[in-house]
Design a protein. Structure first.
Length: 95
């Protein structure tokens, strides 16, 4: 990746970060580290309620940064993962 690409990714992150609140950014970082997590796991890690996490995940999904995936064996279990767009945004911040 050349310096122009890196600069573009940093600008993309800065623009995305303006759209994210602290909880959403924390969720994105947690998902980046774990690759996927259940909503209650994210709530526990962030120290907030499951409904608060669910609202933030809804917002991350609307922005295209995260997605929900139902467990095939137990449909009550819903995992959250970063999308490729979400991963790129976090990677640009960590680069």
């Amino acid at each position: 990746m050349d310096s122009i690409d890196k600069a573009k990714m940093v600008v993309d992150f800065m623009n995305a970060a303006k759209e994210l609140n602290k909880l959403q950014l924390r969720i994105a970082l947690e998902l980046y580290a774990l690759e996927e997590a259940l909503v209650h796991e994210l709530a526990s890690a962030a120290g907030v309620s499951a409904p608060a996490i669910s609202r933030s995940v809804d917002e991350l999904e609307a922005l295209g940064f995260a997605k929900r995936i139902r467990d095939e064996e137990d449909r009550r279990r819903v995992y959250v993962q970063l999308t490729n767009k979400g991963k790129k945004i976090i990677e640009s911040a960590l680069a």
